[in-house]
Write a protein that binds this ligand. Structure first.
Ligand SMILES: Nc1nc2c(ncn2[C@@H]2O[C@H](COP(=O)(O)OP(=O)(O)O)[C@@H](O)[C@H]2O)c(=O)[nH]1
Ligand SMILES: [Mg+2]
Length: 181
């Protein structure tokens, strides 16, 4: 089987760099630099070009992991990065002001790629919200209205097992026989 390529996307701070680092079997590369614009208030570094990591599956197959830059002014990169990709992992930061709006923005931005491939959505930072009620329905509702059947999980991008679960959901829809360790 040839190498696989998976794309991670989502707004700045959603956990793309963290997730790729958590599951990469070789040291993940990231082009994070000190933010020089409005994202400086949000975090000290931001990804201007992309993240890259690689996972090796049991049979030796490789899964190349690419993270898109989160800022809109780099959206020309998104098209380049998705070429040849098997699927998209969309990370949404639940602690942002309008995370459902963020989700809709990225669904629209990657509409063509999603239509041709597969999608899994991870909702991050739900631990920062007071109370313990599940946020899944809040995100599933607009998806269902749009007629999209998409796996949605609450994940912590820092937890390898959470990100593996998300990838498994994505891969399962691609190839139900695939095994990940
Ligand atoms: N509390 C909390 N922090 C998280 C979670 N996921 C990611 N983070 C943190 O959020 C920050 C931004 O993550 P980063 O990977 O740089 O986001 P990116 O801009 O999408 O690449 C980092 O400090 C992560 O450790 C989560 O589920 N809960
Ligand atoms: Mg990043």
């Amino acid at each position: 089987m040839p190498d696989h390529k998976i794309i991670f996307t989502g707004p700045v701070g959603a956990g793309k760099t963290t997730a790729i680092t958590a599951i990469s079997d070789s040291p993940a590369l990231s082009t994070d630099v000190r933010a020089s614009d409005m994202t400086r208030e949000m975090k000290a570094t931001t990804t201007v070009a992309m993240d890259y990591g690689v996972m090796v599956l049991e049979g030796g197959d490789k899964v190349h992991l690419y993270g898109t830059p989160g800022q809109e002014r780099f959206d020309f990169m998104w098209k380049i990065l998705t070429q040849g990709g098997l699927g998209l992992v969309l990370l949404i930061d639940d602690s942002r002001p309008n995370p459902r709006g963020d989700m809709e923005f990225f669904l629209a931005a990657f509409e063509g790629f999603i239509r041709e491939t597969h999608l899994a959505i991870g909702i991050t930072k739900t631990d920062l919200r007071p109370g313990s009620s599940s946020r899944i329905d809040h995100y599933q509702e607009p998806l269902q209205r749009a007629g999209l059947v998409v796996p949605v999980f609450e994940v912590d991008a820092r937890k390898r097992s959470d990100i593996l679960l998300l990838l498994e959901a994505l891969f399962f829809s691609l190839d139900p026989d695939l095994e990940m360790d």
